[in-house]
Design a protein around this ligand. Structure first.
Ligand code: COA
Length: 323
């Protein structure tokens, strides 16, 4: 038997307001045709009054706890991945902790932008297997709408708001064929900071800043890095692409998803796609897509699932697990 972190439940949450491409075309010089052809995005959700990163995170967490059949009091560790915290401090994880009514557990945020959920899962997995606790709540939550330049058509059409969560528990599982996280691999290369960043911050400009991106450069790096890290993580787990049942990728652009699947020789039907509905929700995108495929019955217990993401930094990573 081997001690592994097993996903007991998933959950997600979206803001009330859905914005389609036609509505964006009334705000900037763009069209439904351009957005669908270049990105595959048709709609995204935008947070309104009373909605924030932590309200969405708390709602997603409640759904994940419900699926896991656990009370919030049973959580030992909360890791929240976000680039859009409610405040600079305290960590948004502690705001979610309070909203869930948990009086004492470990709680902190992780900042790795779109790779945030992969980073948070890997940290949680290592902490659980290291004995820091038995049960973790891992969340990816964002309100990118609040850091978009709504006059910049090259970025504002690409992102959306939302949250996803997973409950992980350390369990002894059979070494062969057992459930849980089998391997993870993370990377960062800060030389590419300038290709995707926010042009503000508390210690630089003293302002919140807006998202800036050189889209074509990001695209090129994404396809190469994602295919590479997926191969790497499968190697570590002693598996090959033919063993994979599902890939749950970061949802940035349908063309990146297609190109990565092709590079790995995967059937596009094995790739979970939600970018058409949610757009790029940064750290929330992987857990939102995971929850979608779990709840619609595609991902079943025992399936081999690869999660992957790449984002600002650059940061990127992949994780292979038996659901
Ligand atoms: N509507 C209409 N036209 C637009 C537009 C929009 N929303 N955004 C850009 N354009 C224009 C550009 O100004 C350019 O016009 P020009 O040829 O007159 O200069 C033209 O469309 C082509 O722009 P380009 O940037 O070359 O398009 P592209 O095919 O590379 O697609 C992205 C742009 C952003 C969709 C694409 O590069 C991409 O998805 N990159 C990766 C982004 C990403 O994944 N980021 C997150 C990683 S976590």
């Amino acid at each position: 038997m081997t001690l592994r972190s097993v996903i007991l439940g998933t959950g997600s949450a979206l803001p009330r307001r859905r914005v389609d491409n036609a509505e964006l075309a009334t705000m900037v010089d763009t069209s439904d045709e351009w957005i669908v052809e270049r990105t595959g995005i048709r709609t995204r959700y935008v947070a309104g009054e009373g909605e924030s990163t932590t309200t969405l995170a708390a709602e997603a967490s409640r759904h994940a706890l419900e699926m896991a059949g656990l009370q919030a009091a049973g959580i030992d560790l909360i890791i929240l991945a976000t680039a859009t915290p409610d405040q600079t401090f305290p960590a948004s994880a502690t705001t979610v902790q309070a909203a869930l009514g948990i009086n004492d557990c470990i709680a902190f945020d992780v900042a790795a932008v779109c790779s945030g959920f992969l980073y948070a899962m890997t940290v949680a997995d290592n902490m659980l297997r290291g004995g820091a606790g038995k049960t973790a709540l891992v969340i990816g939550a964002e309100t990118f709408s609040r850091i978009l330049d709504w006059e910049d058509r090259t970025t504002c059409v690409l992102f959306g708001d939302g949250a996803g969560a997973a409950v992980l528990r350390a369990e002894e599982t059979p070494a062969e064929g057992g459930r849980g996280i089998l391997a993870s691999k993370l990377h960062a290369d800060g030389r590419h900071n300038g290709l995707l960043h926010v042009d503000g911050g508390p210690s630089s400009t003293g302002t919140v800043g807006k998202v800036r991106m050189k889209g074509q450069d990001v695209f090129r790096h994404a396809v190469v890095n994602l295919a590479q890290v997926m191969k790497e993580v499968l190697d570590v787990a002693g598996l090959s692409t033919s063993d994979i049942d599902w890939v749950v990728p970061h949802q940035a652009n349908a063309r990146i998803l297609d190109a990565t699947a092709r590079k790995l020789g995967l059937d596009p039907a094995q790739v979970v796609v939600t970018v058409d509905r949610h757009a790029n929700t940064s750290a929330a995108s992987v857990p939102l897509a995971l929850d979608t495929a779990v709840r619609d019955g595609r991902i079943k217990q025992g399936d081999l699932v690869v999660l992957e993401a790449m984002g600002g930094g650059f940061t990127w990573g992949a994780c292979v697990l038996r659901y």
